[in-house]
Design a protein around this ligand. Structure first.
Ligand SMILES: *Cc1c(COP(=O)(O)O)cnc(C)c1O
Length: 424
């Protein structure tokens, strides 16, 4: 292994060859549109509208560009009428941005566990939870938030059927599932709202940003109003409701407008990398690549994921969790609280941690899968409807690099590294 080898990251931002992103940013400066509205924002929203397409009824969607995917979740909840004291059913197996905005509103997340084949919200458990919440609180949950984990579509048909039966709006968290499809229809167009994210590590980026796909123009208008401080039409600032400063900047939108020219290439590349992992790991005993359960599920494979058999022994396993970690895994941005223990009461198996460390030493970024929200201390008092699936996957799961910079040679090297880590 050469010391010259560059670190292989999970998913790095990648710009168009023509540098369109910089061209559109320059145009924003040249025309003095350095504000949270303008030609790039309009163009990017148009791009996204074309990209997500129509729903099965042939209805066109509307899209609002926002400052973050988290802001999109927040505004979708508000537009669904979620208020303090309400409950919202949300997939437990997700990144915290799916559920934190529920808490911002003083509402309570009701966590729903996953089905084993998609790793996403279990429709049966969802229905059970709805019935139990009605019985316990006398009220229906105000919204349902399924999540396309690592890009894999949820069972849109069954989730939407449950939502329809109880007349509860669906907010699709497609932040990781940009361009993923269920039976040919793009995620985000099934529910009342669809959340997209353009954070630096997502399928496409605006450095940071998000968007909300809305069912119709009226909802788009409502979301836009909340995103721009909820103003009434007087010559002075008049407010009858609390609003937010969540609109996307015309600079960021310039990046997004450029990125949309390569969005489909990115998706194709992620799928190609997934296919190569599937092929090369097929006969590695104890390592299972997570894949779509049927062709109804067209995942963008934002991140490729594997499961490690608990009996698999990995080099260095005896040292797993012996040292307190000083930084966030993956070097995530921001401030990370220092911790004084190396372990928690719910963590990936020793062999998963050992493989992560082994890969890192070989300059490969690999990460545990997201820890389910119902196992997070911050949500210890939230109701949860569980079947053990997400917790079990958390203990054996691992994310592998999949971004535009991951070459075939990189995938081969990653697979060889996994093989060499295994003690036979
Ligand atoms: C990234 C992400 C978000 C939020 O996106 P930001 O743009 O980072 O605020 C929401 N949900 C999920 C599942 C995500 O992975």
């Amino acid at each position: 292994m050469s010391n010259e080898r560059k670190m292989i990251y999970l998913c790095l931002a990648h710009m168009s060859d023509e540098g369109l992103e910089q061209k559109y940013i320059k145009e924003a400066f040249d025309t003095n549109w350095v504000v949270p509205l303008g030609p790039n924002v309009n163009a990017f929203e148009d791009d996204l509208k074309q990209f997500v397409g129509k729903d099965q009824q042939g209805q066109e969607k509307e899209v609002v560009a926002l400052s973050a995917g988290t802001a999109a979740v927040h505004l979708a909840l508000i537009a669904c009428g979620v208020k303090a004291g309400d409950e919202v059913c949300v997939q437990s197996f997700t990144f915290c941005a799916s559920s934190h905005p529920i808490t911002y509103l003083g509402a309570t997340p009701v966590f729903i566990d996953s089905e084993p084949d998609t790793w996403n919200m279990d429709p049966e458990l969802l229905e059970k939870a709805i019935l139990d919440r009605i019985e316990k609180t006398g009220k229906k949950p105000k919204a349902i938030v399924p999540v396309a984990l690592y890009g894999m579509p949820y069972d849109c048909e069954r989730i939407m059927a449950v939502a329809k039966k109880y007349d509860i709006p669906v907010i699709e968290d497609a932040a990781e599932g940009f361009g993923s499809k269920f039976k040919g229809q793009v995620l985000g167009t099934f529910g009342k709202f669809g959340v997209l994210s353009f954070n630096g590590n997502k399928m496409i980026t605006t450095s940071g940003g998000g968007a909300l796909v809305c069912e119709n123009a009226e909802l788009k208008n409502k979301v836009m109003w909340y995103a721009t401080q909820a103003r009434e039409a007087y010559p002075y600032y008049q407010h009858e409701e609390v609003g937010y400063n969540y609109r996307m900047s015309n600079i960021c939108a310039g990046i997004g407008h450029g990125q949309m020219t390569i969005a489909n290439d990115h998706i194709a590349h992620h799928k190609h990398v997934q296919a190569l992992y599937e092929e090369l790991l097929a006969d590695v005993e104890g390592v299972t690549v997570h894949k779509a359960p049927s062709e109804n599920y067209d995942s963008n494979y934002w991140l490729c994921t594997i499961e490690l058999d608990p009996t698999l022994r990995i080099k260095g396993q005896e040292n797993a969790y012996k040292e307190v970690i000083k930084t966030a895994v993956g070097g995530a941005a921001g401030v990370i609280h220092a911790v004084d223990t190396a372990v928690t009461d719910c963590q990936p198996n020793d062999n998963v941690e050992a493989l992560r460390v082994y890969m890192l030493n070989a300059k490969i970024e690999a990460r545990p899968v997201w820890k389910p929200m119902h196992k997070q201390p911050v949500y210890k008092n939230a109701p949860a409807y569980v079947n053990g699936i997400s917790e079990a996957i958390f203990k054996v799961g691992m994310c592998l690099p999949a971004g535009p910079y991951v070459s075939d040679e990189d995938v081969r090297y990653i697979v060889e590294t996994i093989k060499s880590a295994i003690i036979r």
